[in-house]
Ligand binder design. Structure first.
Ligand SMILES: [Zn+2]
Length: 411
């Protein structure tokens, strides 16, 4: 295993590793390195002359090693043995799970493995599912104070729907579990319908749906409400039936947590109306939509102060003026990154979320009842001093977590 990561463009200069002495050690070391680095995925990609080992960390691929093709069979077979999939099957894709004991923290970590037959051999991709949920909580979601307070306030009552709106790749499960972990499962009956179950949480009744046998989110939800639940978490609302059942559950004094695939908080309301959920039921049941985007976080070790251009300055003021005092806008400081070893020359370290939180208060009800489009909901909502996702990102730029350029990519 190479000690230092190589920036992705340097692959041509890398020498192929021809000296693996022990395959078991090599594969173990690969897992260990990936977990140490907080990589999310490991890619083992056979090419004509070598196997490329890449990690995905946040968004970027980091090339870890090039292994001589002589070892292809051994590495792939070792991974198959660990995940107990068929060793002799190489014509069809397979998937299963590896449980890896992470010595450093003395925890088992699930690694979901999938194979795909390719031209040269089978490509193996492994998703690292951190089992340790102790780090997941609402404080860790990086909400700015005003939004964190709003969320905590909404969680004080337990009879409505709170949705996480997510574009693909925004780590919705971390947010959903962060919210769920706000409750003591011994004081409530908490039940979940998940697909897949990514984390284990003690004393929470977690159930895996299986649509192929008719156990869907909708049918599961129908059964779940008969289990005397207080808090119900449904992995995702995709259809009218699930949406309607979720609304009904909320109106009969349950807290329903779920996610919906939309790009903004206001679009979520419109999406539910388009699913033919009755607007008057929705207006009563819906409490909050947390919309989020996952972004790269500026490396704190090589950040440096930057001067904005006049155009950028004007734009920042335009966006922040509705929520800031004029005087404070004059003294804003923003940062950019250099490159350093800590961030492996990427300028980024770890990740960050940008949020917007839409609370359904009285002023939104008439709009929902009239089935007004998303932009009307957005306009009305902004009038009530709510923080849009761009404003949230700019606030985080002031907190050294991102750059102005990154924040404006959200527009
Ligand atoms: Zn750095």
């Amino acid at each position: 295993m190479t000690k230092y990561l190589t920036p992705k463009d340097d692959i041509k200069a890398m020498r192929t590793n021809k000296s693996i002495i022990d395959i078991v050690d090599y594969v173990n070391n690969m897992f260990k390195t990936a977990i140490d680095m907080w990589a999310s995925d490991i890619h083992v990609e056979p090419t004509e002359d070598f196997i490329l080992i890449r990690f995905r960390k946040d968004w970027d691929f980091l090339i870890i090693d090039k292994v001589d093709k002589e070892f292809t069979s051994a590495v792939v077979t070792r991974l198959k043995v660990l995940s107990r999939i068929k060793i002799d099957e190489n014509k069809k894709p397979q998937d299963w799970k590896i449980i890896y004991f992470y010595e450093k923290e003395k925890v088992n970590i699930d690694i979901r493995l999938s194979t795909l037959p390719t031209k040269f051999w089978e490509k193996v991709v492994m998703r690292i599912l951190k089992q340790d949920t102790s780090l997941i909580n609402i404080q860790a979601l990086g909400l700015i104070d005003i939004n964190l307070e709003k969320l905590k306030e909404a969680l004080r009552s337990t009879y409505w729907i709170i949705l996480v709106a997510w574009p693909t790749g925004s780590w919705k499960s971390t947010t959903l579990f962060g919210i769920l972990k706000n409750f003591n499962p011994l004081e409530f009956n908490i039940s979940t319908l998940e697909d897949p179950i990514e984390y284990n949480i003690d004393y929470v009744n977690q159930s895996q749906v299986k649509s192929e046998i008719g156990y869907t989110f909708a049918s599961g939800l129908r059964s779940l409400v008969r289990q005397d639940p207080d808090i119900i978490m449904v992995w995702e609302i995709r259809d009218k039936e699930t949406a309607t059942l979720a609304v009904e559950a909320a109106l009969t004094w349950h807290l329903v947590l779920s996610t919906i695939h939309t790009n903004s908080a206001s679009a979520t309301i419109q999406r539910l109306i388009n699913m033919w959920v009755e607007p008057f039921l929705l207006a009563s049941a819906m409490k909050m939509v947390v919309s989020q985007r996952l972004w790269k976080r500026l490396c704190p070790h090589c950040k440096e102060k930057t001067e904005l251009s006049e155009i950028q300055k004007a734009k920042v003021i335009e966006y922040l003026a509705p929520i800031s005092e004029e005087e404070s806008l004059k003294h804003m400081e923003f940062y950019v990154w250099k490159w350093c070893e800590v961030c492996n020359g990427t300028g980024y370290k770890w990740r960050i979320w940008f949020h917007e939180i839409l609370t359904v208060w009285d002023y939104l009800e008439p709009l929902i009842l009239k089935k007004e489009p998303a932009h009307r909901i957005q306009e009305e909502w902004i009038k009530h001093w709510m923080i849009t996702i761009v404003q949230d990102a700019l606030i985080k730029a002031l907190m050294w977590q991102t750059t102005v350029e990154e924040a404006f990519k959200l527009i």
